[in-house]
Design a protein around this ligand. Sequence first.
Ligand code: HEM
Length: 516
Amino acid sequence: MDALSNSYIPACFMLFICFLSIALFLKKTSQAIDYWLFLGSFPSVVMNSNRIPDWFTEVFTSLGRGSFFVDGPIFSNLKYFVTCHHQNIEYILKTNFNNFPKGPDFKQVFSPLGDGIFNADSESWRVQRRMAHTAFISAEFKNLISNISRQVVEDQLVPLLVHVAKTGSTIDLQEVCSRFAFDVNMNAIFGLHGNYLSTELPSNDLAEAIGDVQEAVFFRHTMPMFVWKLMRLFRIGRERELLKAVKTIDAHFYEHISQKQKHLIQGVKTFDLLSSYINEELNRTKIPSLPPKNDDEFLRDSMLSLFVAGKDTIASGLIWFFWLVSKTPSVEKKISEELEVLLSSKMGQLSEYHEWPWVFHSDDTNGLVYLHAALCESLRLYPPVPINSKTVLNEVVLPDGSLIKPGTQVLIPFYSVGRMPWIWGEDCLEFKPERWMDGDGKLARHENAAKFFTFNIGPRTCLGKDMSFTQLKAVAAAVLLNFHVEVLEGQHVCPKPAITLHMKKDLQVKIHKRVI
Ligand code: HEM
């Protein structure tokens, strides 16, 4: 026995020395920030997991450069390259796009979205992109979005705010924005009235299930893959909730798909995204590169991806905009003045504008330069998609000289890009719509377009950019023309750790009728 332990001790000691030598070598050669022996940058990631976008911003600022590495614990094989370097971003998202796919891990983490456009790479993505693009650029679809936005604003949002103003009560504006975006999506995708945004603020199991899916997918980001896979296997914790939520979503989506198919067979004419995909699907047998799924599954994945793409982004874009405007009275005043000029020109033409509350047509809000600039400015500081992620296929040297190995996860924090003094100037943290305008009061598009990544750039640029501005302007114009939003004092406003940039807590506001 003694002889046995005598031989074990030196062996263990040797093993430890080897392990220590490897760990020391890795520490010496690693370029990662905050590197701890054995643990890599993991302790810093854990400590900042509640505030990743702000942490990234602080690291860039303290390093004074636009890129850094984050390593996982020893032998975890986790390596991240984080960059807000302007030329790197162009190179990754545009110039060498094919070398930076989303990758298989992305698809596993976002598995509730199935084979929809967000999870697709290569040929499957190309085909789906073409389908979505065809639907989105049609004049019919653009009209649809304008009409729906106006309708939901006029019939649901404004009456709710009138009610809140009259009763003098408070309301969570974040909830209101989220309900607005849900109703617009129900209408645009399925041609149905969501009625989630009404004075009673009813519950809605589909909206709640979509929220639960997003929470669970974010939760997956916070732990190693094998952990959440085990949780899924044993149906525990968030994974259990996720399975339940997906079941609810499937029940709704398959029901809507089946109803729509019946209507189309009966010759009922409707125009919405689902109808246009069903019509397009008739040609699908000619497109062998799409995932081998039956038609309904493909429609379910596609519609859910579009729903998620269009719902939370709009809700996020709206809430941060209203919060920034409420904190900056000079901007609120300029937007209101611009709206009043438009209103008085409309009053002279149309009798429908003679009575409060007023709601513009989308065609009219298109020309609102200052409002457009204020929205861009808010989307710069609070991009609804705060971080974009890619994987690396082949080893490359990026424009800033960083060498990136295959398998590295590339993170592009749009949130930090909007907050770098070397990109936006020393006043980068100020909410200043004027930076989007030239001396003649026109939009200075070219100057900013090259550094505005909020809607992504390159082949995977957001397909919903134009329709986003239609919706954002419809809501912003109606709210700021008719009301003053008073944010209640004492609320600590900060981003919630999530895939989309929401506020951590409610935003409680009072609504006052504006006197013109
Ligand atoms: C303020 C609102 C919005 C912002 C900031 C935004 C931003 C983005 C970003 C950053 C991406 C790239 C995501 C990635 O590569 O993983 C993206 C993609 C996309 N967005 Fe948006 N989005 C917004 C609204 C919308 C809306 C309303 C729709 C309509 C359904 C939409 C549809 C899409 C689609 C289909 C893609 C996928 C493009 C592709 O992978 O080829 N987006 N968006």
